[in-house]
Design a protein around this ligand. Structure first.
Ligand SMILES: NC(=O)c1ccc[n+]([C@@H]2O[C@H](COP(=O)([O-])OP(=O)(O)OC[C@H]3O[C@@H](n4cnc5c(N)ncnc54)[C@H](O)[C@@H]3O)[C@@H](O)[C@H]2O)c1
Length: 416
C-alpha cells in the first residue's frame, strides 16, 4: 500500500482517485476549488461516473485537500488539471504551470510525478520539468517524471480504468518503469513507450482521429441534405463491411473538453516547426460550422410551416455536449441556442443533467409542458430516459440531429 496524491479532482482526477483508493491505496486528492474539496470530504460526488455510493466505502482512504503541502507525504503525485485554449485558441497552460509551481515547493526526493492532462508533445520535458527542478532536485535521478494520457470517456461503462490499456512515457527508463508499476495497481495492461513525447502525441492522435472522422461524416450529412439521401442509412450500410471501415456518426457539432480543444494543441506545436497540419485545421473548421448548419435546418423547417424564427417557440432537447452527462463545455447546443436567440426565437431547453444555463438566461423546462406548447423541438443531445417516439407524437415539428428517431416515419419529423 502506498500514498498517492492527485492534483485536480475533475472528470479525470476524481475517478482516478477512486480507482487507487478502491485498490487499497491512501489517496490525497487536491483541488484549488474549495467546493470540490468540501464535496469529496462529505462523500458527495459531482462527476456522473462516480456515484456517491462509490465514495462512502472509501472512508479515510480518499481525503481531499486544497493544501499542496499534503502531497509531500505521497510516493507519487499525478497531475490532472485542465488544459484549455486561450481566447485566441492557443494552448493555455496556466493551470498546469500553477500546479507544477505549487508541486515544486513540496517535491521530495524519491517521488514520482506523472502528468495526465492532455497537451502537446514536449510539455512534460520542456515546461513541467524545469519548474519541478526549481525544487533543487533533478528529474531522472532525484525524482521520477513521466507522462501518461488519460483515456477516460465519461459515461462509458464497457471499458473502465482497469480494462483500458494505459500508456506511459518517462523522462528516463527508470521513470517509465516507476510509472508502469504505479498504474499496474489499477490497470490490467500498461504499455511503456520510449518517451513522454510519444505518449503526449499518441493521446493527441487518438483525439484528432476522432475529430477528423466526425468532420468527414458531418460534411457527408450536409451533402446528403442536398442530395436528399438519408445519411444514417448510408452509414448503417457502410458499417456492414466487417473490415476497413469504422463507424462515426454525424451530429450537431463537437463538444467537451477534448475534441474541440486538443487538435489546436498539436497545431500550435506544429506551427513552432513551420508545419501547418491541414487535416486537423480543416476538421476543426467543418465541425465548428455544424451548429450553424443545424440552425439553418431549424429555420428551413419553420419556414415550411410558414413561421419565421423570430417569435417562434423552439425547444432544444439536450444542452450538454454528450448523452448521459451534464458537461456543457464547448457544447454545440449552447451555440445553437445563442444563434436562435439572436434571430429572435423564443428558445427553451430541457436537459435532466443541466438544470440551468445562466449565460443564456435559461433554466431547464418541464418536458411534457414544453412539448405541448412549442412550435418545434430539436433533438440536439439524446439523453437516455426520454421517450423520443412521444416527442415526435406530441410536438408539431421535430428535427433529430442525433439519429435517435430512426425507425420512426412521421410527416412532422426530419433527421440530420
Ligand atoms: N474530461 C475528459 O473526458 C477527459 C478525457 C481525457 C483527458 N482529459 C484531460 O484531462 C485534463 C483534466 O480534464 P478534466 O475534464 O478532469 O477537467 P476538470 O475541469 O473537470 O477538472 C480539473 C480540476 O483541476 C482543478 N485545478 C485547476 N487548477 C488547479 C491547480 N493548480 N491545482 C490543483 N487543481 C487544480 C480544477 O478546480 C478542476 O476541479 C485535461 O487536460 C483534459 O484535456 C479529459
Amino acid at each position: 500500500m502506498s500514498r498517492i496524491g492527485i492534483a485536480g479532482l475533475g472528470y479525470v482526477g476524481l475517478p482516478l482517485a477512486v480507482a487507487f483508493a478502491e485498490a487499497g491505496h491512501e489517496v490525497t486528492g487536491l483541488d484549488v476549488d474549495p467546493a470540490k474539496v468540501e464535496a469529496v470530504g462529505s462523500g458527495r460526488s459531482y462527476v456522473e461516473d462516480v456515484p456517491d455510493s462509490a465514495l462512502a466505502p472509501l472512508g479515510e482512504r480518499l481525503r481531499a485537500t486544497a493544501d499542496y503541502a499534503e502531497l509531500a507525504a505521497c510516493e507519487a503525485a499525478i497531475v490532472c488539471v485542465p488544459t484549455p485554449l486561450s481566447g485566441s485558441r492557443e494552448p493555455d497552460l496556466t493551470y498546469l504551470l500553477d500546479s507544477a509551481t505549487s508541486l515544486s515547493q513540496v517535491l521530495q526526493s524519491g517521488q514520482l510525478v506523472v502528468l495526465e492532462s492532455t497537451t502537446y508533445p514536449g510539455t512534460t520535458r520542456e515546461r513541467l520539468l524545469p519548474i519541478l527542478e526549481r525544487s533543487g532536485l533533478t528529474a531522472g535521478s532525484d525524482f521520477h517524471l513521466a507522462f501518461s494520457p488519460e483515456r477516460i470517456d465519461p459515461g462509458r461503462t464497457d471499458y473502465t480504468v482497469r480494462t483500458t490499456p494505459k500508456l506511459v512515457g518517462g523522462i528516463t527508463e527508470a521513470c517509465a518503469e516507476r510509472a508502469r508499476e504505479l498504474y499496474a495497481e489499477i490497470c490490467d495492461e500498461v504499455v511503456v513507450l520510449s518517451s513522454p513525447e510519444t505518449a503526449e502525441l499518441s493521446k493527441l492522435l487518438e483525439n484528432i482521429f476522432r475529430s477528423v472522422n466526425i468532420a468527414l461524416v458531418n460534411e457527408l450529412a450536409q451533402l446528403c441534405d442536398r442530395l436528399r439521401i438519408d445519411v444514417w442509412e448510408v452509414i448503417d450500410a457502410a458499417s456492414t463491411k466487417p473490415f476497413g471501415f469504422m463507424r462515426f456518426e454525424p451530429g450537431p457539432g463537437m463538444g467537451g473538453h477534448c475534441l474541440p480543444v486538443d487538435p489546436f494543441y498539436l497545431a500550435f506545436k506544429a506551427r513552432e516547426h513551420d508545419f501547418y497540419p491541414e487535416f486537423i485545421e480543416l476538421a476543426g473548421k467543418v465541425n465548428q460550422a455544424q451548429p450553424a448548419f443545424c440552425v439553418e435546418r431549424i429555420e428551413r423547417a419553420l419556414n415550411q410551416a410558414s413561421k419565421p424564427v423570430k417569435g417562434s417557440r423552439v425547444l432544444i432537447l439536450g444542452a450538454s455536449y454528450k448523452a448521459g452527462s451534464g458537461d456543457t463545455r464547448e457544447s454545440p447546443a449552447l451555440k445553437i441556442i445563442a444563434r436562435l436567440q439572436g434571430l429572435g426565437g423564443d428558445v427553451s431547453y430541457h436537459d435532466p443533467f443541466v438544470p440551468e444555463l445562466p449565460e443564456l438566461g435559461l433554466t431547464s423546462v418541464d418536458l411534457d409542458e414544453a412539448l405541448a406548447s412549442t412550435d418545434l423541438a430539436a433533438i440536439v443531445t439524446a439523453h437516455p430516459g426520454i421517450d423520443y417516439a412521444q416527442v415526435v407524437s406530441t410536438a408539431p415539428q421535430v428535427i433529430d440531429f442525433r439519429g435517435v428517431t430512426r425507425g420512426i416515419e412521421a410527416k412532422n419529423l426530419e433527421r440530420l
